[in-house]
Write a protein that binds this ligand. Sequence first.
Ligand SMILES: Cc1cc2nc3c(=O)[nH]c(=O)nc-3n(C[C@H](O)[C@H](O)[C@H](O)COP(=O)(O)O)c2cc1C
Length: 357
Amino acid sequence: MNTVGNDIRITLWGSSHGSHIGCVLEGVRGGLELDTGRIAAEMSLRRPSPGIGTPRREDDEVLFLSGVTEGITNGDPISIMIANKDTRSKDYEQFRHRPRPGHADLTAIIRNPNHDIRGGGMFSGRMTAPLVAAGAVCRLGLEEQGVDVGAFTRGIGDVSDPQQRVLDDCRDSRSFDSRACNKELDERMVKAIMSASSEGDSLGGVVECQVENLPIGVGEPWFDTLDGELAKNMFSIPAMRAFEIGDGILSSRSRGSVMNDPFSLTGNEVFTTTNHHGGVLGGRSSGMPLVFRCFFKPTPSISKVQSTVDLESMKNVQLKIEGRHDPCIVPRAVAVVEAMTCHCIYDMMSRGGFLEN
Ligand SMILES: Cc1cc2nc3c(=O)[nH]c(=O)nc-3n(C[C@H](O)[C@H](O)[C@H](O)COP(=O)(O)O)c2cc1C
């Protein structure tokens, strides 16, 4: 239910305005040295930037309650806990009977009348904080296998990055609030977010993720394919609406002679001279960089007046949303996409017997 993964499992708990949120990360080997500075750096990339993110301020200090002894994993389940300190729950009570269009309020309340509505409860983007911490631990495990993961903002609203990008660009994006790859794109994306926000509206966009140095063959047939498992991890991120691997959508309008990536050799190493397939063939890694995109919808909580229903009076009503929200989820979602990718790849490598150690 709230668990993802097979060998490396994340079980998520908590709610947006509860005292704490956290997760239990199971299956990580003992002996991994946790670099708390790097984990804090990953957390800061998920934090909202002034002007283009929610004004809610959380320090997101990550506490490891178990599974770590003197900074080194001990092989036990790793309990991760983060405090919620900056909550304003009164803004949310009305959504119990007047659900926000585009948000999870309606489905949550109908399925469970006791749902914790404060801050969106368990459906809040806040829940992605422990996922980023768990992903940072998985990243340390991947690095010792030589596997590198990065992501950046490919587009926000109608501002789109047309260039082909590599992992160095993903690293560069860490310096920019929008997580675009350069200053010019960052300025245009920030401006687009601010413009939508000033009109009481929100924007969606696209995160691209890349993984390098995966060995050939990671992924299990039929139903636990690498692309299938990646999609599952990505769709667990709130507001994620579509998943594309390689030239996925373009390929549906193209020809085999264009989309088939020719094989070639460097010494005894097989590679493809192009990468339309995005690094997965037959549900398994091909040895080429994994390239996929996650498409996010605009933030549902906007301050424009919207139509909804009142579930007590059973009347159509108008809703004005107060409270603090991200006018665009995308810049913060980049860190979450990276984290869930680190988790998925680490899990799939373990399942396929690829982890050396
Ligand atoms: C990092 C992050 C931050 C988010 N912030 C907000 C927010 O401030 N306001 C909001 O209405 N939704 C926000 N969301 C999106 C909602 O959580 C999401 O749309 C909602 O739970 C419904 O789920 P669905 O869009 O996947 O159907 C955020 C999502 C993420 C990943």
